[in-house]
Design a protein. Structure first.
Length: 333
C-alpha cells in the first residue's frame, strides 16, 4: 500500500510498514530458522541418539538346584518307552519340578560338574588383572540302568551371568536354557556346543538404575516349589523371561555323540557354552544428544540457506510481489 500526499506541488511518497516484500522477507527468515530445527531435534540427526558398547562376561553361574533333565528311554527287554527325570535339589531338599510335569515314569539320580575357562587381562595397564569368562562347561552325569536305550533328552537349565563394560557398570542377567536333543541307538555321551547370546528389547539407561537391576535379575523360579507344576506354569515362566529387557539364550548349537556300552550305567551330557563379547545399546546422555542435534541443525541450515537466498534475490529483482520502488524528489529551493 502506498500513500500519496500533495504538499507545495511536490509528491511525497511513504511505503506501508508491512509491505509484501517485508512479509516475504520475515517469512523466509522464519522458515530458515524453523525448517531445520524440527527435523534436527525430532527426526534427522547425524549421529544416533543411542550408544553401542561392548560388554564382556565377567562370571556365570548355573543354578543347578533349579534345573531339570528329562531322558527319553526305551526298555530293551520290554520294548516299552518311558521318560526318566533328573531334578536339581534346592537347599531344603525339595525338587523344584515334580515328576508329573512331563508325566515321567521314574526319577533318577545324578550329579553336575561345572568348570570355567577364564582369561586374565594384562593390557591395558588400567585393566591389568581383570578376568573375563571365555567359556562355561557343564557336565551332567545321570545314573541310568543298562537295559535302557537312550532316545533323546530335554534339559532346562537356569543360568545367571554378570556382564560389564571395561570392568564398570556390572549387570546381572538371568537366562533359561531350554535344549532338546535326539539320540541314536548305543549312545553313551552327548556333547552340546553353543554360544551365549544376550537378547535386548530396549536401550539401557545411561546411568545405573537400581529398579532396572532388580527387575532384570529376579530369580526365574522363585516360589515355584510352593506351586504344583503344570505345563501352563512352565509356559508362563518362559513368557515372563522373554519380556525382560535383557535375557540369555544359546545359539549356534551343535551336537556330537559318542557310542558304546554304558558299563557303569552312566549317561553323560556335556554342555559347553562359549561366552563372547556382546553388543549392548545404551541411551545417549543429554549433552551428547544436544551436541549432535545442534550439529545436525547447523548442517541443515547451511543446506537450505543458499536456496532461500537465491529465492529472495529472484523475487526482489523481478518484483514478483508488485511492490513499487518509489523515490521522493527533493523540493525545489
Amino acid at each position: 500500500m502506498v500513500e500519496i500526499f500533495h504538499h507545495h506541488e511536490c509528491k511525497l511518497f511513504r511505503s506501508a510498514v508491512l509491505s509484501k516484500s517485508t512479509c516475504f522477507y520475515i517469512l523466509t527468515c522464519i522458515a530458515l530458522f524453523f525448517v531445520p530445527l524440527i527435523p534436527a531435534f525430532y527426526g534427522f540427526t547425524l549421529r544416533p541418539l543411542q550408544l553401542t558398547r561392548w560388554a564382556a562376561f565377567s562370571s556365570c553361574d548355573v543354578i543347578t538346584h533349579e534345573s531339570v533333565a528329562f531322558i527319553f528311554v526305551k526298555n530293551k527287554i520290554s520294548n516299552r518307552s518311558s521318560v526318566l527325570a533328573w531334578f536339581g535339589r534346592s537347599p531344603n531338599g525339595k525338587g523344584l519340578f515334580d515328576a508329573a510335569l512331563l508325566n515321567s515314569d521314574k526319577q533318577v539320580t545324578g550329579s553336575v560338574e561345572i568348570t570355567k575357562k577364564e582369561k586374565t587381562h594384562v593390557l591395558p595397564m588400567k585393566h591389568a588383572g581383570r578376568k573375563t569368562l571365555q567359556a562355561l562347561d557343564v557336565l551332567l552325569r545321570v545314573n541310568i540302568e543298562r537295559n535302557y536305550e537312550i532316545l533323546g533328552n530335554q534339559w532346562i537349565l537356569p543360568i545367571r551371568c554378570v556382564l560389564d563394560v571395561n570392568g564398570r557398570d556390572p549387570m546381572k542377567i538371568i537366562g533359561l536354557l531350554f535344549e532338546k536333543f535326539s539320540s541314536t541307538a548305543g549312545q553313551k555321551c552327548l556333547g552340546v556346543f553353543g554360544r551365549a547370546v544376550v537378547t535386548q528389547r530396549e536401550a539401557l539407561p545411561f546411568k545405573y538404575d537400581r529398579y532396572f537391576e532388580h527387575v532384570n535379575s529376579r530369580p526365574i523360579m522363585k516360589g515355584f516349589q510352593q506351586i504344583h507344576p503344570t505345563h501352563a506354569l512352565l509356559e508362563n515362566i518362559f513368557k515372563s523371561i522373554s519380556k525382560r529387557n535383557l535375557t540369555l539364550s544359546m545359539e549356534g548349537t551343535k551336537t556330537a555323540a559318542s557310542f558304546g556300552d554304558r558299563r557303569e550305567g552312566l549317561y553323560h551330557i556335556h554342555l559347553r557354552i562359549d561366552t563372547p563379547k556382546q553388543q549392548l545399546i545404551y541411551e545417549a546422555p543429554l549433552v551428547y544428544r544436544l551436541k549432535w542435534n545442534f550439529i545436525s541443525y547447523l548442517s541443515l541450515w547451511i543446506i537450505i540457506a543458499w536456496p532461500i537466498s537465491r529465492l529472495r534475490q529472484y523475487v526482489f529483482e523481478n518484483n514478483l510481489l508488485n511492490d513499487c520502488t518509489i523515490s521522493i524528489p527533493t523540493p525545489p529551493k
